[in-house]
Each structure stands twice: as structure tokens, then as C-alpha cells.
Design a protein around this ligand. Structure first.
Ligand code: ATP
Ligand code: MG
Length: 332
């Protein structure tokens, strides 16, 4: 059986082999497959191949397709999610949200279930190539996903001709992974309470697990759908676009291609800043043949992203309130 950890940046596929989880590598030998799709005139690309075609095909690329599963036209956050799209979603005559794409000369609306179905199919080809000939999968989903979103994900798996044994909440998967190999460290009756903080590309979940020798359970989960690294990147993109506009009179935010190039550079700089006090940000010929060159310090970075950090602090406070406000219960 195959386990799929579905993320909005990366999807990781694992298989249980001799009591160990073996990760099935992507086409570029990475542990994760980028969750993205891009169509050209004659080809549909997913994962790593899609990444390399997005910039020339941004109006036929669907970024974060998993985030659109189960989305209704009246979803209050539709605009907020669409901010991260290069191809804007549309509502078709059946009142369904989809993406209008011309492929092989035909214009059609592709629903998120179809795009994710094709993406899962691509994953299936990968694991078959690696020698695992199975249709049975378990998929992890963020805890906040509604029944409707789960149904939409199940439909996508069916489109890929996969048999979904179970959809597991991410917090349960994380706690299971923590508890599995530490059972001997836990006490008989006094539970060890552990906090798990999972900040991904687009969302954050804080969960608490309770572990004894004979039991393990998730006791509280607090999530925020719109709190992830892409929020940092978006604020940085707006900030540097403003600087660029003031200096050269043209705004990179107005061009999808420039936005993509800028956000790529920003994500790299952000990663360097996790272990360095400063990092350079540079994009050659960002717009109208002008370059962007900047030396970003960690202090300035934190100032620019402060609204998101504040959101994170508030989420942490709610999580602790949900745990009866007692941080002293936590295991460090
Ligand atoms: N060394 C690093 N330093 C800083 N950020 C990093 C580093 N490595 C990865 N990241 C960031 O982690 C994010 C991806 O995390 P993860 O794989 O948990 O997300 P995801 O599960 O795909 O997203 P989500 O759970 O929100 O759907 C990306 O924003 C990436 O830039
Ligand atoms: Mg994740």
C-alpha cells in the first residue's frame, strides 16, 4: 500500500517495505513532487516537469490545485486563494469552480478534481516505475478539510483509478509517527503531552498529542488555512515590487511572469535567511531590462513579514487556550 502526504508545495509518496517507510523519489530524485500542473499546446505536465514550464505557460498553469478541491463559487476565501494563482479560476455554467485551459486546440474548463486526478495518475506512474504495482492508497489531509473537500479529494483519486483505503488527518499521522518508535520512553499512566507545529507552504496546524506506554491520541488541533511560507513570500514580493516601481517606474506585480521570477528568488533568499543573518536577493532583468539587487537582513525580513508573524502568535495563543491554557503541561 502507498501512503501519500499531500502538500500544497510538495507531495511525498511512501511505501511500507520491511517495516520501514521507503520514499519514492521524483523524476529529479527529490523526496517531494511539486503539487502543480502546467499545460502546453500538446502536453500536460505535472510535478517537476510542470515547474520548468510554468514561466512560459503561466496562463495555462494551475498552482496549488489541491487547495481548490471542494471549493464552491461562494467560498468567502476564493479571492484570497486566487491571489496565488497565475491562471485565475472561473465559474462555469454548472456553477462549478474550474480553470479554463486551451489544450490541443480545444478550450475547456478543468475542475480541480480532474487536475488532481491527472496529478495522482502521474504519481502512480512514478511508483509503478519504482516497482510497486498497487492501486491502494492512504492519503493525509489537513485536519480542517470539510467533508465536501474530502469527497472532492476522493473523487480525484477515483479519476486516477486509485483505491483510497483511508484519508488520515495530518495531525494523526504526525502523532502516529512520533509515538511509534518512542513507546518505551513513555510512562505507564502520566501522559507525555507534545506540541507539533506544522507550518507548510500555505497553512499551519498546531496539534497536541498525549502519549503513554499503552495509548496515544491527539487531544487538540488548531489550524489556520491561510498561514504559510507563501504569505511571507507574497509580502516580500509586494515590498520589493514597490521599491522597484519607485526606482524604475514599472511594477513587477503587474506581470505574472515577473511575479513568478521574483517569488522564486524570494523563496531562495528566505531559505538562506533561516541560517544566516543576511542574504542577497537578485533577479537579472526583472522588468524592462532592469535588475533587482538587494541585501536583505533577517531583521528587515522579520519586519516585512510581521503581519504574518502576528497571525502565527495569535494561532499559538488559541492553540494553548484549546489546551486549557497550560503550557507547563508540555514536554520539552
Ligand atoms: N531550509 C528551509 N528553510 C526555510 N524554509 C524552507 C526550508 N526548506 C523548505 N522550506 C519551506 O517549507 C515550505 C514547504 O513545507 P512543506 O513541505 O511542509 O509544505 P506543504 O506540506 O507542501 O504545504 P502545506 O502543508 O501548507 O499544504 C516551502 O515554503 C519551503 O520554502
Ligand atoms: Mg503540509
Amino acid at each position: 500500500m502507498i501512503g501519500i502526504s499531500l502538500g500544497s508545495q510538495n507531495t511525498v509518496v511512501g511505501v511500507l517495505k520491511n517495516s520501514n517507510v521507503e520514499i519514492i523519489l521524483s523524476e529529479t530524485s527529490s523526496r517531494g513532487v511539486p503539487t502543480v500542473s502546467s499545460f502546453s499546446d500538446r502536453q500536460r505536465y505535472f510535478g517537476d516537469q510542470a515547474i520548468s514550464t510554468i514561466k512560459s505557460n503561466f496562463n495555462r498553469s494551475v498552482l496549488y490545485p489541491n487547495r481548490w478541491l471542494g471549493v464552491q463559487p461562494d467560498w468567502p476565501f476564493l479571492k484570497e486563494e486566487a491571489k496565488f494563482c497565475t491562471l485565475q479560476p472561473t465559474v462555469d455554467k454548472h456553477n462549478k469552480v474550474g480553470f479554463e485551459i486551451t489544450y490541443k486546440g480545444e478550450q475547456d474548463v478543468y475542475y480541480p478534481e480532474q487536475i488532481m486526478g491527472l496529478f495522482f495518475n502521474k504519481l502512480k506512474q512514478n511508483w509503478k516505475k519504482a516497482g510497486f504495482d498497487t492501486r491502494e492508497v492512504v492519503v493525509s489531509v489537513p485536519d480542517y478539510c470539510s467533508a465536501y473537500e474530502r469527497k472532492s479529494l476522493a473523487d480525484a483519486l477515483t479519476i486516477a483509478d486509485l483505491h483510497c483505503i483511508n484519508l488520515v488527518n495530518e495531525s494523526s499521522a504526525i502523532a502516529l509517527n512520533y509515538g511509534l518508535f518512542r513507546r518505551t520512553q513513555f510512562e505507564d499512566t502520566k501522559p507525555r503531552i507534545v506540541a507539533f507545529i506544522d507550518m507548510g507552504q500555505s497553512s499551519t496546524t498546531i496539534s497536541f498529542g498525549s502519549f503513554t506506554k499503552n495509548s496515544q491520541k491527539v487531544i487538540s488541533v488548531t489550524s489556520e488555512r491561510f498561514l504559510g511560507a507563501r504569505e511571507f513570500d507574497y509580502l516580500l514580493m509586494e515590498h520589493f515590487s514597490n521599491i522597484f516601481k519607485n526606482k524604475y517606474g514599472c511594477n513587477p506585480m503587474n506581470s505574472a511572469k515577473c511575479r513568478l521570477r521574483l517569488i522564486d528568488a524570494i523563496a531562495k533568499t528566505r531559505k538562506i535567511l533561516t541560517s544566516n543573518k543576511e542574504a542577497s536577493l537578485s533577479v537579472e532583468s526583472l522588468m524592462e531590462d532592469e535588475d533587482l539587487n538587494y541585501n536583505l537582513t533577517r531583521d528587515e525580513f522579520e519586519k516585512i513579514i510581521s503581519p504574518v508573524l502576528e497571525k502565527f502568535r495569535n494561532l499559538m495563543k488559541s492553540a494553548l487556550t484549546n489546551l486549557s491554557n497550560d503550557a507547563s503541561k508540555l514536554y520539552y
